[in-house]
Ligand binder design. Structure first.
Ligand SMILES: [Zn+2]
Length: 192
């Protein structure tokens, strides 16, 4: 079960897998659709593109420096002094994989931020359409967590390092307590 938003220009689309639409109640599908429409309305795809472009620029710049340092320090032993050589390319790829591993938590946090925004948007989008947005969102996370065989209580270190979505447990917990309409208030993205 899953859904996604993808595409540029006229190819933009929200896809809800048929296995999602057929297996859970309609209100939960509406919440999932609301989440995906949040990615669309809040321009997450262009923001992620821009963020990746800026991030990769500095990442590769730093990696070129790191690879040059490695070659200056160990190049004689490795039989390569020049970055522009076959060994130099391998050293550069090594530097990129080390940096990619170390920066994994930063890119995961960036992604989790957008996913959380889409969760908030999705829950606000179904307000007034379903009877109880909190209940629907929690039920949807339970359905997804079951279908995905999610770890119900992942270690917070693993979540910090690897999860590009908040854990299903923390998403459900947020949804359960998110009720901006109490006492006549309104949501973050919808003013009614
Ligand atoms: Zn999402």
């Amino acid at each position: 079960m899953n859904a996604y938003v993808s595409g540029i220009g006229s190819t933009k689309r929200i896809v809800v897998w048929d296995t999602t639409a057929g297996r859970i109640p309609d209100d939960q599908v509406q919440f999932i659709f609301g989440h995906e429409s949040g990615h669309y309305v809040l321009h997450h795809i262009p923001q992620e593109f821009a963020g990746s472009a800026v991030g990769l620029f500095f990442l590769y710049w730093a990696c070129a420096g790191f690879a040059a340092w490695l070659l200056a320090r160990f190049g004689a032993r490795w039989g390569a002094a020049e970055p522009a050589s076959r060994t130099g390319l391998v050293v550069l790829l090594f530097a990129i994989s080390v940096a990619g591993f170390l920066l994994q938590p930063a890119s995961a946090a960036f992604s989790r931020h957008f996913e959380h925004q889409a969760d908030v948007y999705g829950q606000e989008a179904i307000h007034g359409i379903v009877a109880d947005p909190q209940k629907t969102a929690v039920a949807a996370f339970n359905s997804l967590g079951e279908a995905w065989l999610e770890d119900p209580a992942p270690s917070s270190f693993i979540e910090f390092w690897l999860y590009d979505h908040p854990s299903v447990q923390s998403r459900a917990n947020f949804a359960l307590h998110y009720n901006p309409w109490a006492n006549g208030g309104h949501g973050r993205f919808f003013k009614n």
